[in-house]
Design a protein around this ligand. Structure first.
Ligand code: ZN
Ligand code: ZN
Length: 310
């Protein structure tokens, strides 16, 4: 397949899985792969050598604004501190990191891209932060593990959603390392779960989250030597599994209550599988993407326990 054919196939696939128009996806992917126009090192050299300026601002007051220099690379006056914050965010990429300017809004901010990452340099304060990876989305990323804003989870493919869930679990464990049994129960991950139900990767995401938070089910006895601790972790994992499943089931119930039919064949939808998009029937999506047997068993157990509970 030629490079152009590969590019078009990738656009068609994204358009198919997200249900969006081909042209919109094509535009977005072209923007995301914009060629870098300068290196971080060059911007740092400007920052280190150019003098402070006082631009003709109409809204910003120099008294309150941080010291700025006129960056030829960015195309506006930017605070020294914002460029240093940017360098901190890109520390792993190093001085050779290729940057491109996505947009400039004088007196407010400039958005630069580094590969798929988008970073907003603030002008009224010496700061920089990462934005959602969808070009021109203004949403800031508050959780490091999430590369996209909640709204744009719907534009992520299954591997991207699962990766975010896994990263999120690892980050959360770092915060709860002293009491792993308390690592579950956060609603931070709920929107990711809802997106996975739509995308058809709920099973894989739930497993990634549960393994990330509590360790692989088969290895629990090796990971936790103290039997009380083992039991506590096992219960915590079951509780979190049931909680995630409840979040997913609510999405399925809502879709089915709306009387939505299969997007492939128009048939009425009955039942649900965590490895199939919620709006696809078994016939249209027969290639089940590896249902995890552990999760399947766990959920069956929980469902039976529910039935036993009066
Ligand atoms: Zn977004
Ligand atoms: Zn169908």
């Amino acid at each position: 397949m030629t490079r152009d054919k590969k590019r078009k196939a990738a656009i068609r696939e994204t358009a198919r899985t997200t249900g969006r128009r081909y042209t919109a996806v094509a535009r977005e992917m072209a923007a995301a792969s914009a060629a870098p126009s300068f290196q971080l090192g060059a911007l740092l050299a400007e920052c280190a050598s150019l003098p402070e300026v006082r631009p003709d601002w109409t809204e910003l007051d120099h008294e309150w604004a941080p010291p700025v220099f006129e960056s030829k690379l960015v195309g506006t006056a930017v605070p020294y501190g914002s460029v240093l914050e940017l360098a901190g965010l890109l520390a792993r990429e190093g001085r050779d990191a290729g940057l491109a300017v996505e947009s400039v809004s004088p007196e407010h901010s400039a958005v630069v891209t580094c590969g798929h990452r988008r970073i907003q340099l603030l002008i009224s304060q010496a700061n920089a932060w990462e934005l959602c990876r969808i070009p021109h989305c203004a949403d800031r990323r508050y959780i490091d593990a999430f590369t996209h804003c909640t709204e744009h989870f719907s534009r992520c493919d299954a591997p991207a959603l699962v990766r975010m869930g896994q990263e999120w679990a690892y980050e959360r464990v770092e915060r709860h390392d002293d009491n792993r049994a308390a690592a579950g129960g956060s609603s931070e991950v709920d929107d990711l779960v809802k997106a996975a139900v739509v995308q058809g990767c709920y099973d894989a995401l739930a497993k990634a989250i549960l393994d990330g938070l509590f360790g692989d089910l088969d290895l629990l006895d090796d990971l936790w030597i103290n039997p009380d601790q083992q039991l506590a972790i096992r219960h915590a994992r079951e509780r979190e599994g049931a909680r995630l499943h409840a979040v997913a089931s609510a999405v399925v119930r809502r879709r089915q209550a709306e009387g939505r039919s299969c997007t492939g064949c128009g048939r009425h939808l009955v039942g649900w599988s965590g490895s199939r998009p919620v709006l696809r029937c078994q016939k249209c999506e027969p290639s089940q993407r590896s249902v995890d047997p552990v999760i399947g068993m766990l959920l069956k157990d929980l469902a039976n326990a529910d039935r036993r509970t009066p």
